[in-house]
Design a protein around this ligand. Sequence first.
Ligand SMILES: Cc1ncc(COP(=O)(O)O)c(C=O)c1O
Length: 459
Amino acid sequence: MSSDSSRARAGEENERLPLILGFQRIAENTASETRFIERGQGIYVYDTDGREYIEATATFYVASLGYQHPELIDAIMAQYRELPFFVSALNRTSKRSLDLAERLVQMVPVPDAHILFASTGSEANDFLVKLLRFQAVARDQPQRVTIIGREGSYHGGTLASASLTGAHHEEFGLPLPGFRHVSQPDYHGSRAPGETTQAFARRLAQELDDLIRREPPNSVAAFFAEPISFSAGFKTPPAEYFPAIAAVLDQHDVSFVVDEVITGGGRTGAFFGCETYDLKPTHITLAKAITSGYFPLSAIVIGRELYADLERGSAAVGTLAHAATYAAHPVGAAAALKVLEIIERDQLVAHAALMGEHLARGLRAYADHPLVGEVRTQGLGGALDFLLRDEDDRPSNDAASAEATCLAVHSVLFAAGVVTRAAGRSLIFAPPLIIQASEIDEICARLGRSLDLVLARRR
Ligand SMILES: Cc1ncc(COP(=O)(O)O)c(C=O)c1O
């Protein structure tokens, strides 16, 4: 569809498109406000006006192998020709789904894991919350259903995963009962002046402990966290944070669920964010990069005790009354198996870690730019934070003005053909794992020009 035909079809200017797009004003669902992407190649996508964009966040942290990976497309086509669809239920599944489950249990940092597949990250988190409720009943502890998430974290769009998400509750009448939230480890934004990372981590762990103690006894089932929350603005946790949190969870016998929907698949310098931060999760959720987005597939990595309770509980009830038609889709399984093969064979985790060092150098070159408050990097990911701190370690602009700067830089950079993500005060970079050093240089050069342009407009 050319831009002319798409615009003519939708009518000019403000006529609404016949589809609703996510995370924007509904009134902006117009042809003039929307870019129509029609093809992609490597780290680039092209719109119907022929404009080229560098997908510097791998299109919502998904397209880890970039666009048009020929081998991945071949593997998907081969699976379509062999078995294009099957359901995993009632004592039948596809061989390809089993192959993927076997592969994943060998890789995941959860001992004796079992895998339940789903289609999206939201479903993976939602289904896991549901399984934790099944576990509570099977253990004859039906009160143990409360789930704790963190402010600013995003876990999905279904009712349970949106409740677990730490934002945008009021407008949907959420959260559902039984969801609580604690602070994000936003050391740059919310530390007291001069507060050490150790004292900060202790304070956040104490907040979690206080919350659990305020709840009825033995009522908290699980704590969900991403190793790094991208939606909260790539707030890389201080080294002391997760050990302090894990100690509180252990003390109260609360499961630790690590949402690796974004971080899983080589983003953080290791295959799993759990490895990067030495986390010992009870369960993990995975999605996005495991198929590089070429097919919707997600996975719930289920730990030993939950599995045992599922087995016992389903024996008592006669079934585990849960399934999803497209879960464990053989085409998705074939895609994920090929992605894992390519990542291993081409040593893409090591390549991404190396490219991450290059990206970190490129971003850190702007650490002293007058608009930039902090540069954070980890693996092949990084962010510029526009909250400034003065010599007394006090914020010297407020969150609203930092967010406005972030949006301004994002939009100038977008116009310059680099797609990043503005998450609150922070501008995020997380390109495909296949990116090369020269392409990172190009992103960073355009970033520098965009920062200078936004600064010049202010003066
Ligand atoms: C950390 C995290 N968890 C879960 C989800 C939900 O995944 P999906 O959009 O595939 O439902 C997202 C989506 O961005 C995410 O970032």
